[in-house]
Design a protein around this ligand. Structure first.
Ligand code: C5P
Length: 248
């Protein structure tokens, strides 16, 4: 049974293939999934590619209904990004990330290619999410790259551009949820990392919010990594978060 209302995507940030497979199996649950999906990112994909995805996230685990977020943050000329998207649609990701700074032509090419390739293969269309201003950048970093806008304004500007260019949503920090929801409307997907269940260590995340706070502000999906993956019992940690959200 699909846990449709569970907003949590568990970040599987490792290049250890057996560990990734174990973590994914455990959050996929023995009876019902305790997360809404899992996220595999650049380090995993560069290390193991599509065969690694198929190994760590095999068909029986996919059949539990949990989502798959392929966080590649693509950024190149339109033709190359479209080619990258085309290459991964067969893995049936629920979400793929691309950089909005690649511009409208790149985003349009990615969106059109995702739709066309999904149709050709007879699979669900992957939703494309834009990365706006990386949270590792502050105002002085933007100025150094020739961007004089305030980071907050730049996030809104790039998110609007993403929406106009056919993207389905953006990745955003908890502090950006309210403004983005207002700017981009209720149907725009907001996928939010930087989430810590109350009482969890924040580690290197500087601006954190609890799952409930983020959902209340308007987040559609939450990315949570270490509070689940580094728990003694990852499935239990995820289940506790889901129960707290009323998603189980
Ligand atoms: O372990 P933790 O919950 O901090 O993991 C968060 C995940 O979200 C990681 O995969 C990280 O790369 C990603 N992320 C983030 N902050 C951002 C963007 C992405 O933590 N601003």
């Amino acid at each position: 049974m699909q846990s449709r209302s569970n907003p949590v995507y568990c970040a599987i940030d490792t290049v250890d293939l057996p560990l990734a497979a174990r973590l994914i199996r455990s959050v996929a649950g023995s009876v019902i999934p305790v997360v809404g999906g899992v996220k595999l990112g650049l380090e995993f994909f560069l290390a193991h590619g599509a065969p690694g995805v198929r190994y760590a996230f095999p068909a029986p685990v996919r059949a539990t209904g949990i989502g798959f977020f392929l966080d590649l943050k693509l950024h190149d000329i339109p033709n190359t990004v479209a080619g990258g998207i085309r290459a991964v649609v067969e893995l049936e990701p629920t979400f793929i990330t691309i950089h909005t700074a690649g511009g409208p032509a790149m985003m349009k090419a990615a969106a059109e290619t995702a739709a066309a390739e999904a149709k050709r293969l007879g699979v669900a269309r992957p939703r494309l999410l834009g990365v706006t201003v990386l949270t590792s950048l502050d105002k002085s970093d933007l100025v150094a790259t020739g961007v004089s806008a305030d980071p907050d304004r730049q996030v809104l500007r790039l998110a609007s551009l993403a929406r106009e260019s056919g993207l389905d949503g953006v990745i955003c920090s908890p502090l950006e949820i309210a403004a983005l929801r207002q700017e981009c409307g209720k149907d725009f997907i907001l996928m939010v990392p930087g989430i810590r269940p109350s009482g969890a260590a924040s580690a290197d995340q500087k601006r954190v919010m609890t799952p409930k706070e983020a959902v209340t502000l308007g987040a559609n999906h939450l990315v949570i990594g270490r509070p689940i993956t580094e728990a003694a019992d990852p499935a239990l940690a995820a289940e506790t978060i889901a129960r707290d959200l009323g998603a189980l």
